[in-house]
Design a protein around this ligand. Structure first.
Ligand code: ATP
Length: 268
């Protein structure tokens, strides 16, 4: 019996191995009426299991990721998450619970606040599973496998506050995976790490068999063959300006940065 047979004591539809996000003319304005993302059309499906989103600060990466995982509602258009026979609308409150179940969220290096209250990180990751009445044996197996994959076994008995930045990033990803989502949306999963830490986290994330949509500023990372990033979306000024291979996206982005830099210099 699998982990999700136990969730909430209810039977849940089978967990698919991937989802299809459809962004149909969807954009977002924040409460101050500032533009987060202009209306865009995008489909991200199982054919591209590693999708990077790049762009300058403020270009709309976080907004797009939050639209995909339902944390933000589109101000215009629709965002749906489809898997098997289900098509869920992120604007529909009743669909959000299921979307949360299907799409794990990694918010930069942030681990859930509750993790800091637990005596150690093993207990921290165990508590939410326990709450959902996942049996001990399944919890042990899930946590053991995640900690082994994300190189957290040696720090399992340490409190979250004792972890270094790399381990915190790894724990944030393990936490998002603990309920076995079909896909993961990750906002700058290697942010602030040095080259070695960044490589450890990227290797662990991309060697895990999961559909991943992530934002990054790391052009080298998206082009490394071992991470198998198969698609990169470039955002600029709240809009999609390129969607294609990582190498072409990196060239487009570099060109864009150069042009902006030259424009700024000319204005000075
Ligand atoms: N909570 C908010 N309230 C108002 N405006 C916001 C809010 N969050 C983001 N914005 C604005 O929306 C736009 C897009 O921001 P977003 O955070 O999506 O960009 P980003 O590409 O993720 O940037 P960064 O690389 O700096 O994280 C920016 O102009 C930003 O100022």
């Amino acid at each position: 019996m699998g982990l999700f047979d136990f969730l909430g004591g209810k039977s849940t539809p089978d967990k698919p191995s991937s989802v299809t996000f459809t962004v149909a003319g969807a954009g977002h304005r924040y409460d101050d009426n500032g533009i987060g993302l202009l209306p865009v059309d995008l489909t991200i499906g199982p054919d591209t299991r590693r999708v990077a989103i790049i762009g300058l600060n403020g270009s709309g990466k976080t907004t797009l990721l939050k639209l995909l995982d339902g944390a933000l509602k589109p101000s215009v258009g629709t965002v749906t998450v489809a898997a098997g026979d289900e098509t869920l609308d992120t604007a529909n409150r009743r669909d959000l619970k299921r979307i949360e179940d299907l799409v794990g969220r990694v918010r930069r290096e942030e681990i859930p606040e509750s993790y800091y209250q637990a005596k150690d990180i093993r207990e921290a990751i165990d508590q939410p599973l326990k709450k959902h009445k996942v049996p001990e044996a399944v919890r042990q197996e899930t946590i053991g496998a995640l900690f082994a994959h994300f190189d957290l076994t040696s720090v399992a008995m340490q409190p979250a506050s004792a972890l270094d930045s790399e381990k915190r990033h790894l724990l944030a990803i393990a936490s998002a995976l603990s309920f076995s989502p079909a896909a993961v949306v990750a906002d700058e999963p290697t942010k602030g790490l040095d080259e070695i830490g960044s490589a450890h986290v990227a290797r662990a994330l991309f060697s895990y068999d999961k559909q991943v949509i992530f934002a990054t500023h790391d052009l080298e990372l998206i082009q490394r063959p071992e991470y198998a990033i198969d698609r990169t979306i470039v955002l600029d000024e709240h809009d999609v300006v390129f969607d294609g291979s990582p190498a072409d996206a990196a060239a487009c982005y570099t060109d864009l940065v150069r042009k902006k830099y030259e424009e700024t210099k000319q204005r000075q």
